[in-house]
Design a protein around this ligand. Structure first.
Ligand code: FDM
Ligand code: MG
Length: 209
């Protein structure tokens, strides 16, 4: 049995990540592939509940402390990720360590410092960055409810993502400006085709950014 694929969808808030993850889930399910969705932060764990409370501005936390909690939230699920993939199930993740770096750098934390806690996590087979100008994302529904959802912060988050894209050429940027849900879905599927057709190398814990 071949292992599942680990696919990550990244981007600013309100760029269509969750919609595209759901579309991919439906597509893979319909084509008979075992597939599951993950979302980071996973707000259901104890650590996730602390993160949730912070994002809803119910609690305050030191910038470094919350950075490490986001990473810890990935580490607490890392063995589950490995087992799921080795069990033949594909994972589609709505955000991962790249958001971890981009949002903390946007607050002023050091770029290299931010990358460190996530080193060694399971490495995705494919990372997409859905790119939309922050001004256009801001005009979308439900914007502005949580911490970080302001034009000023999102603009800085995007700059940090641009740096990540430069340093990690394997991240695939997709400009979703003026693109329909369906056309973005088609582009993602097309980009995934070669991966789906080849057999996967054994999984290693090797995330380096
Ligand atoms: N976020 C997300 C971080 O700051 N660090 C992280 O490691 C992750 C995974 O949390 F503003 C931020 C990004 C976003 C918020 O994400 C919650 P959703 O996707 O909007 O729920
Ligand atoms: Mg959000």
């Amino acid at each position: 049995m071949s292992r599942g694929l680990f696919i990550v969808v990244e981007g600013l808030d309100r760029t269509g990540k969750s919609t595209q993850c759901a579309q991919l889930l439906n597509h893979f399910t319909a084509s008979g592939r075992k597939v599951t969705l993950m979302k980071f932060p996973d707000r259901t764990t104890n650590i996730g509940q602390m993160i949730n409370s912070y994002l809803q501005s119910k609690t305050e936390l030191n910038d470094h402390a919350i950075h490490l909690l986001f990473s810890a939230n990935r580490w607490e699920l890392s063995q589950h990720i490995v087992d799921t993939l080795n069990g033949g199930t594909t994972i589609i993740a709505d955000r991962y360590a790249y958001s971890g770096v981009a949002y903390s750098v946007a607050k002023g934390l050091n770029y290299n410092y931010c990358k460190n806690p996530d080193k060694g996590l399971p490495k995705p087979d494919k990372v997409f960055f859905l790119d939309l100008p922050p001004l256009l994302a801001q005009q979308r529904e439900d914007y502005g409810e949580e911490r970080y959802e302001s034009l000023e912060i999102q603009t800085r988050v995007r700059s940090a993502f641009v740096q990540l894209l430069q340093d990690n050429q394997y991240i695939h940027k997709l400009d979703v400006t003026r693109q329909s849900i369906e056309s973005v879905h088609q582009a993602l599927k097309q980009e995934l085709t070669p991966l789906l057709e080849s057999s996967q190398e054994p999984l290693r814990h090797t995330l380096f950014m």
